[in-house]
Design a protein around this ligand. Sequence first.
Ligand SMILES: [Zn+2]
Ligand SMILES: [Zn+2]
Length: 133
Amino acid sequence: MRKTEQRTVILEELRLCRNHPGAGEVYLRVRERMPRISLATVYRNLELMVAEGIIRRLAARSGQKRYDPVVERHCHFRCSACGRIEDIPFPVELPRLDPSHPWVKERRVQGARPEYYGLCPDCAGGDSNNETE
Ligand SMILES: [Zn+2]
Ligand SMILES: [Zn+2]
């Protein structure tokens, strides 16, 4: 019982946290509701849910694994200033690979997950002219 409850809370907090958090950030949120939970438990549950296909792990950049509660196909926007990752809320048409190309024929291409980047509304905020160069 307790285990499923932990998992439910972890999943809820991951869903509430809209920037694709790492285990540490999920842990801080879950701890507010379950003060005795450990980071290792949160991490283990996240990895289990990834293995079961309930959530997705994002390709790690700078070593930190981040988690995505949305498993359906969608594109991401990464803020290069604050590092937050947002879902792009509309479908993005992806370029197709020519299926007759020998390189493509040799492989089983299953999809593409492009990532857009730039500044989120908070970081782009106002019209402060603090661009260098
Ligand atoms: Zn930002
Ligand atoms: Zn996402």
